[in-house]
Design a protein around this ligand. Sequence first.
Ligand code: NAG
Ligand code: NAG
Length: 221
Amino acid sequence: MMNPLRVVIITTVVAFFVIISNAQPLPPARPDGFVYTNVGRVDPNPVAIEAFLDPVCPDSRDSWAPLKLAMSHYGSRVSLLVHLLPLPYHDNAYVASRSLHIANLLNSSSTFPLLEQFFKYQDKFYNDQTKNLSKAFIVKEVIDFATLAVGNSLQPQFQAAFSDIRTDLKTRMSFEFSTSRGIYGAPGFIVNGFVLPGVGSPIDYNGWRKIIDPLVAMKRM
Ligand SMILES: *[C@@H]1O[C@H](CO)[C@@H](O)[C@H](O)[C@H]1NC(C)=O
Ligand SMILES: *[C@@H]1O[C@H](CO)[C@@H](O)[C@H](O)[C@H]1NC(C)=O
């Protein structure tokens, strides 16, 4: 989703993060993003898709199923790296994104199941119905929710990770990374380093076929 007021808000927020990040010059220990494991053999030179998603954004949710379908169609000819872009105007986007970073640290195979769980039960955390709830209550709800995917036995570690500054920094870094690549709305997509137009709108399966088919054909030349 994207409108002019939001662009102004995001630009302001980005300027703020740029100022903050000047005080923090070290690069992260690992590059941002979650690698989606696709079917098939590993191609040494796949078409590289990067998706920028907000777990509580309805348009990001709507973009996920067609993207997965395209991934299974192309198999090893494509790769997918998912970056989180917690949008400042989506309530709870930051907490949800932080929980995904924690899931990825504690049990990496729960990362995509948890992302899909957020998409499936998005209404639970999206805007109006959470308006009267305290931040502490929402964090507790998110921990219980995420534990379903990550594993019950990891609940104490999961809770502790929410007080660990490093998971906060990772989440901020995702936001800074996405905006530094020129992506200011979700969903956004970069293919082979090229930002696809239409940031903020989902791409359907036929849309993906139109984008990827020519690239896969060209690679054969
Ligand atoms: C939030 O609180 C206000 C004021 O008490 C109430 O009018 C409103 O219905 C509540 N909203 C929700 C979603 O519970
Ligand atoms: C890790 O997550 C996967 C996927 O949700 C789950 O099947 C597995 O049981 C989890 N591992 C632990 C130790 O709970």
